[in-house]
Design a binder for this molecule. Sequence first.
Ligand SMILES: Nc1ncnc2c1ncn2[C@@H]1O[C@H](COP(=O)(O)OP(=O)(O)OP(=O)(O)O)[C@@H](O)[C@H]1O
Length: 225
Amino acid sequence: MRPVLRAEGLRHRRGGFALEVGSLEVHPGEVLAVLGPSGSGKTTLLRLLADLLPPEEGRVEGGFRVYLPQSPPLLRRSVLENAAFGLRLHGVPKGEAHRRAKAMLERVGLGPRAHQAAHTLSGGEAVRLALARTLLVDPEVLLLDEPTASLDPSHVARVEDLLREAAREGRGVVLATHDLFQARRLAGRVLFLLQGQVVELADAPSFFQRPKDPRSRAFLEGRLF
Ligand SMILES: Nc1ncnc2c1ncn2[C@@H]1O[C@H](COP(=O)(O)OP(=O)(O)OP(=O)(O)O)[C@@H](O)[C@H]1O
């Protein structure tokens, strides 16, 4: 199956930090969890994969990619206008954009909030709005930076359902997360980063049950910071 994203020989340096990723492919319908302690380079990798940072060496190829930062910026407008914003940027006429945005808001459970000011949404609702806005522009790859950090379990579950659905639609999902339970629930594969280096890129069950590298084991047991 043709990958939706391929990276080869990536290298990026910033100050004293260097990230190196040899070879990485993401396939349609796959959820790849990017794990690693704080400062290991997860955000840097996602931004490189989204073409938001230039690699010093190597290249990234793939379909239409959208990066969602941990706190996605929302316009000080209604929920509906925020949802429709990406479509409007792509030149979709207002009536059509609002019709499609309304349907997507229903899908993410925000239909009743369409005319509320976006900045009054709860954290979990704001993440679902950002996902709605993203899904409306139909990306082949979603690059998500800790989308459920600081959400309560019911909001986490709703966001995870949306991510599963996005993968079922054939999108590639790359998910940076500190939540190992979430990675177990969602991911088919895991990329484990430490100080900018890939320690393991493995099927999720193998990584969680039989990590090959002692550093992976230490990380999973909470002995690595
Ligand atoms: N703008 C910047 N200038 C210099 N160094 C930076 C910059 N942004 C990040 N770094 C450094 O790059 C390294 C990797 O940061 P990155 O944000 O990618 O890690 P992370 O794994 O996403 O961390 P966290 O889990 O805390 O979000 C860190 O050492 C960080 O201090």
